[in-house]
Design a protein around this ligand. Structure first.
Ligand code: ADP
Ligand code: MG
Length: 250
């Protein structure tokens, strides 16, 4: 069961979001919202548009039409300062994208110094406190290549947290990991959720979605087919397409 508090304050509003790559319409009209403290898990078959949806939230993909508002700022407005919005959104990808030539500590400070304009001492203090949060304080001097995939992903989470984001986006954060390393990353994410972080998580980890999500969104073919409490969407799906997907993955 989700144990954290969800507020009524809306953090992200998505209104009739569409995205096409050439003739290929990948998002066909997505409307939803995410509240402060909410954990939303997005599930669905490969190619259903989950990553494109997540990437449209911070304009890593430019939507074709529709509106996305993050913390009161319309990011789909051409005049929006997207770098400012992005600084408040932590992102964790399937591939960890750490800087291989920088130590773990420097990976966690570089954006604080260059984007946030923090001084080095403050940045290191925040980095260490977040490395401690993910259980990797003892690795601060290591380089990414010396760490396991699970450890690298936890560093990527600590790096994102060091920017003190208002919300975190995760795109299949455990899909590239050996099975025995998945658990450590998921427990860090569970802890974040219990601490009240707003989280938008594309995942194939059904147990995580069932236990941690406040809401599950099932996507197929560029649409939200069904969304609701995990007990409903995963436990008692109403749509044939949701049932067919769950039969394949559960
Ligand atoms: P999912 O994350 O659910 O697997 P994606 O959002 O990655 O799905 O992809 C949905 C569809 O969009 C796929 O058909 C994919 O080929 C297409 N697509 C995604 N990114 C691009 C891109 N940059 N250029 C062209 N097509 C893309
Ligand atoms: Mg994807």
């Amino acid at each position: 069961m989700a144990t954290h508090q969800v507020s009524r304050e809306v953090v992200i509003t998505v209104d009739d979001l569409k995205k096409a790559f050439g003739q290929n319409e990948v998002l066909k009209g997505i409307t939803t919202s995410i509240h402060r403290g909410e954990v939303v898990c997005v599930i669905g078959p490969s190619g259903s548009g989950k990553s494109t949806f997540l990437r449209c939230l911070n304009l890593l993909e430019q939507p074709t039409s529709g509106k996305v508002v993050v913390d009161g700022v319309e990011v789909t407005d051409p005049d929006c300062d997207i770098d400012k919005v992005r600084a408040d959104m932590g992102m964790v990808f399937q591939q960890f994208n750490l800087f291989p030539h920088l130590s773990v500590l420097d990976n966690c400070t570089i954006a604080q110094v260059t984007v946030r304009k923090s001084n080095k001492a403050e940045a290191e203090k925040r980095a260490r406190s977040n490395l401690e949060r993910v259980g990797l304080l003892d690795k601060e001097a290591a380089f990414p290549g010396q760490l396991s995939g699970g450890q690298q992903q936890r560093v990527a989470i600590a790096r994102a947290l060091s920017m003190e984001p208002k919300l975190m986006l995760f795109d299949e954060p455990t899909s590239a990991l050996d099975p025995e390393l998945v658990g450590d990353v998921l427990s860090v994410m569970r802890k974040l959720a219990s601490e009240g972080m707003t989280m938008f998580v594309v995942t194939h980890e059904m147990a995580f979605a069932r236990d941690v999500a406040d809401r599950v969104i099932f996507m197929d073919g560029g649409y939200i087919v069904e969304e609701g409490h995990p007990d409903e969407v995963i436990g008692n799906p109403q749509h044939q397409r949701t049932r067919a997907f769950l039969d394949r993955v559960l």
